[in-house]
Write a protein that binds this ligand. Structure first.
Ligand code: AMP
Ligand code: MN
Ligand code: MN
Length: 319
């Protein structure tokens, strides 16, 4: 465990960041820690350096600070990276690198804990938000902090469905509910609700998905043309890979979308038999055993081929 107030006690300036294309865990963790430090360290300047998240998070307390840019030349006394490694925080990386002290709180198994001066990396935690809860301490919560942490947890454990949900996760969630925020509304609005266009894209991705490796793998891809047709961005693709994964017989799901010419963002999900963190790490990405990601170049079929070869290594009876 780390004593965050002790680590920050002499700091005049603190920066907080998380990974690019921030998800609910990233947004919730940054929001919770920001609010806690803000109320605990009255004379410290605290800045959030995070890409703009999806609009579904607009009710999260620190949302308006997540603007995707920072134009001051601050050399932060302390820089805190949440839910990520150093090289996945985008524009914030240059600020983190020149900070006097860096702190990393994360739960990715692929995070070796070597990027920062102070590291609190717990791969068994459901979410970074669960770790932020511990770091803040139950006695220091308030309704807004509790709500932020709750959003972080539900997004990374699929509203307590995935295997990363532990008894501890549920105990923490129970404590958070004591604060009385409207949790069914949060779950609906940030997790389940889809726009008409998002549902149409999901439909397209399912329709055009392909099964391979005897039905053990499934893949689907959204290209630039389709993104332009629907005027869609990465924020519209949440949940697609999970829908692919639940196809009966599937062990490993691959979803990708084009982020540049012949360049794809890959999402991998596993039902347990395949360690997708290993697959994603091989291609320079990372994540968790059952949920991981990376970026790859080539045609759709090149990328699929390369991924298949790595996945097949984990099915000893297949070639
Ligand atoms: P995604 O498929 O983008 O939702 O990511 C699944 C999980 O893998 C999340 O916990 C991500 O934070 C993590 N992840 C995705 N891409 C990367 C990457 N390039 N490096 C490390 N972790 C990643
Ligand atoms: Mn995340
Ligand atoms: Mn996370």
């Amino acid at each position: 465990m780390i004593n965050i107030l002790n680590e920050c006690k002499d700091a005049k300036t603190i920066g907080i960041s998380g990974h690019v294309r921030p998800d609910g865990d990233c947004v919730g963790s940054v929001s919770a820690l920001y609010q806690f430090l803000k109320k605990s360290l009255k004379n410290t300047e605290i800045e959030v350096l995070l890409e703009e998240p999806s609009g579904v998070f607009s009710d999260v307390p620190a949302y308006e600070l997540m603007t995707g840019s920072y134009d001051k030349q601050t050399e932060f006394d302390v820089f805190i990276i949440l839910d990520s490694v150093m090289d996945r925080i985008g524009f914030a990386e240059e600020y983190a690198k020149k900070a006097k002290k860096t702190i990393n709180i994360d739960h990715h198994i692929s995070n070796e804990g070597i990027d920062c001066d102070v590291n609190y990396i717990v791969p068994t935690a459901s979410s970074c938000a669960e770790l932020v809860y511990e770091v803040i301490g139950e006695e220091n919560l308030d309704e807004q902090i509790a709500k932020s942490i709750y959003i972080g947890i539900i997004h990374d454990c699929g509203v307590f469905q995935y295997s990363n949900t532990s008894p501890k996760t549920l105990r923490i969630a129970a404590n958070l509910l004591e604060y009385g925020f409207d949790f069914p509304k949060l779950i609906d609005e940030t997790f389940y609700e889809k726009t008409y266009v998002q549902n149409q894209i999901l439909g397209r991705a399912l329709l055009e998905s392909i099964l391979f490796m005897d039905g053990k793998c499934i893949a689907s891809m959204i290209d630039r043309k389709l993104m332009e047709f629907y005027n869609a961005t990465s924020k519209d693709f949440d949940g697609i890979v999970n829908q692919l994964r639940i196809v009966k017989g599937v062990e490993c799901a691959i979803f990708m979308y084009e982020i540049g010419t012949l360049e794809y963002k890959i999402s991998l999900r596993s039902c347990g038999a395949v360690d997708v963190a290993k697959v994603a790490s091989y291609f320079g990405g990372g994540g968790h055993v059952r949920a991981a990601g990376c970026t790859m170049c080539g045609t759709y079929y090149d990328v699929l081929n390369n991924l298949s070869k790595e996945i097949a290594k984990q099915f000893p009876n297949m070639d």
